[in-house]
Design a protein around this ligand. Structure first.
Ligand SMILES: [Zn+2]
Ligand SMILES: [Zn+2]
Length: 433
């Protein structure tokens, strides 16, 4: 009995043309009419069409399918190859993709020339779906078209399976307890990483970085490759990062594990980097968080130790007598005038090689003198993002106005600097996926 149904005589005509070209499998035949009838697999469509054609007395050629070259008979082969590759990865969602070989692409184009492509579905769409269904069935994981944890790629050229893994992002805050550690890997300026005498053949400007120390502790947990630390700003290499720490997002590329207990991970980092780097409040976020912390404008609190140099360079008017020491009262007065001041800061000479030369206006929110002894002042300064603190003290030869040095009338220089707090917007800080 004929069951032509939705295909109609038009559909049957297409099927007739296609089968005349050579032996074709049910999948490849059914796929040419995928958009005509709903609710059936391509394989079932092919079966029905062949049945009707035979009933109408058509001779159908037997043998290997000339379109897919027997690919759909090897579905189980590809499924097991994919499952074997996936075994190394932790994932909740996945997607299957196919790199179709040139031969199959040509066959498909030829087929569409013969039969028209108006109702057809591409070969790789069917292969992706069929393999995906079987993987879902075998693993209990789900297909996700938007943002899968892993993409399995069936490479028909090389007959191999490749995997693309979505990066894992972890938000947290770090404290840097020792000076001389850079925030991220810093390639040697001389050799650009190749290794030379200047860098003692390490390829790096500084032996250690926060990025590497954290990464080294977590590499084993996540079984990942590269890790990149995105900081919410950065402190100078010779500054410590204390207090509440600096927000960062760690991007772990191609991780094989993605559901690591972060409380444990945190302990491991802190244990292994005792006295150097600490992390806290780690939590999983998505890629968006990188842009959020990069664009965030945050107030910062510094603790600095400033050395006054009254003998070397008294500023102000020539008529004043040289001082040998500055009284605490004058230091306090200068700081009081700095508190709440709007600073016009021209790009510091020391960063001119990498930043445009322009004048920025930044605010000093508050200043507190912690101690003053032997012409050394320890102070805490809270200011808005982007204010260069060393120049706020020294004046950078008049490029920063007003400056502590200018207000005091004495040369002053930051000897030691620590960042105590990076004040991130609550909204950004609490942002979750
Ligand atoms: Zn086929
Ligand atoms: Zn070098």
């Amino acid at each position: 009995m004929e069951i032509l149904g939705e295909f109609g005589e038009d559909g049957l005509e297409i099927a007739r043309k296609v089968t005349k070209e050579g032996a074709i499998c049910d999948h490849c035949l059914g796929r040419q009419l995928a958009k005509i009838s709903s609710g059936l697999s391509n394989e079932r469509r092919g079966e029905i069409l062949k049945e009707v054609l035979r009933e109408r007395g058509e001779e159908l050629k037997a043998g290997k399918c000339w379109v897919c070259n027997g690919l759909f008979e090897q579905l189980e082969y590809w499924v097991s190859k994919a499952l074997e590759t996936l075994r190394d990865y932790e994932f909740d969602s996945f997607l299957v993709g196919t790199k179709v070989s040139g031969l199959l692409l040509e066959n498909e184009e030829l087929l569409w020339e013969i039969a028209g492509a108006s109702y057809a579905e591409p070969l790789k769409a069917e292969l992706n779906r069929e393999v995906g269904k079987r993987i879902e069935h075998d693993t209990g994981k789900i297909v996700d078209f938007k943002l899968p944890d892993v993409v399995v790629i069936l490479n028909l050229w090389t007959e191999t399976v490749e995997v693309q893994v979505k990066a894992v992002f972890i938000y947290g805050r770090y404290r840097k307890l020792t000076r001389g550690i850079s925030q991220t890997r810093w390639l040697c300026r001389e050799c650009r990483g190749k290794g030379c005498e200047r860098c003692n053949f390490t390829g790096k400007m500084y032996p250690e970085s926060v990025e590497e120390l954290i990464s080294d502790s977590l590499r084993e947990e996540f079984k990942g490759e590269e890790m990149v630390l995105h900081g919410c700003g950065r402190e100078d290499i010779d500054a410590r990062m204390l207090g509440s720490g600096r927000p960062f997002v760690l991007e772990l590329q191609e991780p094989r594990r993605r559901n690591v207990d972060l409380r444990m991970a945190e302990e491991k980092v802190n244990e292994e980097n005792r006295g150097k780097v600490e992390v806290r409040a780690l939590r999983y976020v998505n890629r968006e968080m990188v842009a959020k912390i990069k664009n965030a404008k945050m107030d910062k609190t510094y603790r600095i130790e400033v050395e006054l140099k009254p003998l070397q360079g008294l500023r102000g008017h020539g008529a004043e007598p040289h001082k040998t020491r500055v009284p605490e009262e004058e230091v306090k007065n200068a700081l009081e005038r700095l508190s709440g001041a709007l600073i016009e800061q021209r790009t510091p000479t020391r960063v001119l090689h990498r930043r445009a030369d322009l004048v920025r206006k930044r605010k000093v929110h508050s200043v507190r003198l912690v101690s003053f002894e032997a012409q050394n002042a320890v102070m805490e300064i809270k200011c808005s993002a982007g204010l260069y603190i060393k120049e706020l003290i020294s004046g950078d030869e008049g490029r920063t106005k007003p400056s502590f040095s200018e207000l005091l009338g004495v040369e002053a220089e930051v000897k030691e600097l620590d960042v105590l707090d990076v004040d991130l917007d609550r909204e950004v800080e609490d942002f979750t996926v």
